[in-house]
Design a protein around this ligand. Structure first.
Ligand code: SAM
Length: 275
């Protein structure tokens, strides 16, 4: 039985209402007898309840201090459960992995608070943590963006950044009726499997991310013009056009190019600048 609790919209508190969806999320998140779980935002513990059944260790990170006594009481008999009251973006994930998951693999599983979906995903990927898998429920539109291909609707900087770090796997859609309060949009569960050996290896990551930022900043502009806004102080218009023209027409736009193609352009820019 769940305690009466006023949900906080500002913390993205749309809670799942039945065990069916948490059971399905837990079954695809990669937890097993050798793989513990970091859960972000346990809320009232509906997903946690499934995770503690299958993982040797579950560390749940919850920002809302009002939920802490309730969660500690609910899982007090569960010796594999640990609760951290903090903002996940301020946590030292490496330290948690070292101190709580020694000798285990670890995955992340979460019904993410929608207001910080992208910062959380990027923090987990950019940190380069030793995570087997990151399984998250996000708004369906965000999920669609993450597995969009070049030229498809929604393909953009976030698609290219996430796909640079990880393989994106779709699982299933979750209708808005499964949450309380009911959100305006449907959700979807996806896994991001961080590459141990990235398929695309730019010569300079900083330049690569500058290219991504420029390429998708202004969707209707040609790539040559968008990159001019970022590299104009280091390369002439003609130099940028020459670099792009090696493989593409000068009318090409950023959203037409794959991560590998953008990395190739970033390598040429880097070599020209470092010359
Ligand atoms: N897991 C529960 C469920 O599925 O019903 C709750 C999910 S709810 C969408 C998101 C949860 O994340 C809430 O419990 C909220 O308080 C928590 N949260 C919000 N911002 C957070 C942050 N920065 N760090 C950790 N938890 C956060």
């Amino acid at each position: 039985m769940e305690k009466a609790f006023t949900k906080k919209k500002a913390l993205g508190q749309n809670f799942l209402t039945s065990d069916n969806i948490p059971i399905r999320i837990a079954s695809v998140c990669g937890a097993d007898e050798n793989t513990g779980v970091i859960e972000i935002g346990p809320g009232m513990g509906i997903l946690t309840k499934q995770l503690v059944k299958i993982a040797p260790k579950v560390v749940a990170i919850e920002l809302d201090e009002e939920l802490i006594p309730y969660l500690n009481e609910r899982f007090q008999s569960q010796s594999n459960f640990k609760l951290i009251n903090n903002d996940v973006l301020k946590c030292d994930i490496d330290r948690i992995l070292d101190t709580e998951f020694a000798g285990l693999d670890c995955c992340v599983c979460a019904n993410l608070p929608y207001y910080i979906t992208t910062p959380i995903i990027m923090m987990l990927l950019e940190g380069g943590y030793n995570l087997k898998c990151i399984t998250v429920m996000v708004q369906k539109e965000v999920a669609d963006r993450l597995y969009a291909k070049p030229r498809e609707d929604g393909y953009g900087a976030i698609t290219a950044s996430v796909n640079y770090y990880a393989k994106v796997v779709k699982h299933f859609k979750v209708g808005a009726a499964n949450f309380s309060p009911r959100p305006k949009v449907d959700s979807a569960v996806i896994s991001l499997i961080p590459y141990k050996d990235k398929p695309v290896k730019p010569l300079c990551e900083k330049t690569f991310f500058e290219v991504l930022r420029g390429a998708f900043a202004t969707r209707r502009k040609t790539l040559a013009n968008s990159l001019g806004a970022v590299f104009g102080n280091r390369l002439s218009k003609e130099e940028l056009q020459d670099i792009i023209a090696i493989d593409h027409s000068l009318t090409v736009r950023g959203e037409e190019l794959s991560v590998a193609e953008l990395a190739k352009i970033s390598d040429r820019i880097y070599m020209k600048i470092e010359g």
